[in-house]
Write a protein that binds this ligand. Structure first.
Ligand code: SF4
Length: 225
């Protein structure tokens, strides 16, 4: 049987922009494809998730491609900074994201990263099973999709969503609860940019419900990926 191949949209070294680990140096590995949207504008209206602001199709991003396990690990190792003796600098950290990483992520891949010194995190829509050996799980429920992950480290809700209110995810247990204002989305050049009204309504929600904390996409404010 041939080894699994991972379809990677892009992979890069950056600062985590959102949530409890905001500001932390991270290797981001973005898996291609999602189970809640086909990634095409023509399919957006019929999608379970209709406000995606990320290009999730193909393998044409930075360092994108088809990788076997070892090649993907080697790529991540090459992206992490090293000291003059060639050792990886402090706290190597990888974030598996997408698209929906659960479509491709395996426990074996996670174990290989951990064996090589990486702390491992995932950002998932929570609708599919995840490997149990991840160090950090961030779930971001979307619209009417059925979330099967009921416990996580971080619950991040894009706000406001017509089909999903924060009260509807109270059965999901998390150590951290974040509201993230919805950005512009679509094909125009504003896609991904901040929407002032959404920031205001998210602020009001957090003020009324202090269990929830604000998460801004600080990587966009910083002008990094
Ligand atoms: S679940 Fe995430 S990756 Fe999938 S379409 Fe929605 S925002 Fe995009």
């Amino acid at each position: 049987m041939s080894a699994p191949t991972f379809r990677i949209k892009e992979a890069f070294y950056t600062l985590q922009g959102e949530g409890a680990r905001s500001g932390r140096a991270s290797v981001f590995i973005r898996f291609s494809k999602c189970n809640l949207w086909n990634g095409r504008e023509s399919g957006r209206a019929a999608a379970l998730c209709q406000f995606c602001d990320t290009d999730i199709t193909g393998i044409d991003g930075e360092n994108g491609g088809n990788y076997d396990l070892q090649a993907l690990l080697d790529l991540a190792l090459s992206l992490w900074p090293r000291d003059s003796d060639g050792y990886m600098k402090a706290n190597p950290y990888v974030v598996f994201t997408g698209g929906e990483p659960a479509l491709q992520l395996t426990a074996k891949l996670v174990a290989s990263f951990k064996d090589s010194g990486f702390e491992t995190a995932v950002e998932s829509n929570g609708t599919l099973p995840l490997p149990s050996n991840l160090d950090w799980v961030c779930i971001s429920p979307k619209g009417k999709s059925e979330v099967i992950i009921k416990q996580c480290d971080e619950l991040k809700l894009v706000y406001p969503q017509d089909d999903l209110q924060p009260e509807q995810v109270k059965h999901i247990s998390a150590s951290h609860y974040f509201i993230s204002p919805m950005a512009y989305y679509g094909e125009n050049e504003s896609s991904g940019m901040i929407v002032r009204e959404n920031m205001q309504s998210a602020t009001l929600y957090c003020l009324k419900h202090p269990k929830w904390r604000m998460s801004l996409q600080t990587h966009k404010l910083l002008g990094i990926d």
